[in-house]
Design a protein. Structure first.
Length: 132
């Protein structure tokens, strides 16, 4: 796993993602699930907007880590089922095995919802507790 200054994780397999999420740590992860095989223009633009929003959230919170997970990639295809994903695009914010799902095409609404949950997740990370 390559972790760059922006805290972007570039996993090579579903197992690598699960190792992060199931590790005994209190890191806050933002995972953007998408399907590159979906060429619908609305979805393509939504994924670009979501990526931009996540980079801003991570930029404002440098202790967060994020990854983009392409479910069209055979290596990650089953991961959606394992983590309970029902549709894409979607974002999972998770700390120590507890998380929230945000899905849809409205990056602005997703950003607002992430901001709603941020205080609880930051506190959970800092105090090694659950966010809810």
């Amino acid at each position: 796993v390559t972790v760059q200054a922006t805290r972007e994780i570039t996993p090579k397999s579903a197992d690598e993602v699960l190792n992060h999420l199931q590790g005994n740590n209190y890191n806050i992860y933002l995972l953007h699930f998408y399907e590159s095989s979906n060429r619908d223009e609305k979805i393509t633009h939504a994924n670009e907007d979501i990526l931009g929003m996540l980079k801003k959230v991570v930029g404002d919170n440098p202790d967060f880590s994020y990854a983009r997970i392409d479910l069209s990639d055979r290596e990650f295809a089953k991961l959606g089922n394992v983590v309970g994903l029902t549709s894409t695009p979607a974002v999972l914010m998770i700390v120590h095995g507890k998380g929230v799902w945000l899905s849809g095409t409205n990056a602005s609404l997703m950003a607002d919802r992430l901001r709603d949950f941020l205080p609880a997740f930051k506190q959970a990370s800092a105090h090694h507790t659950n966010p809810y």
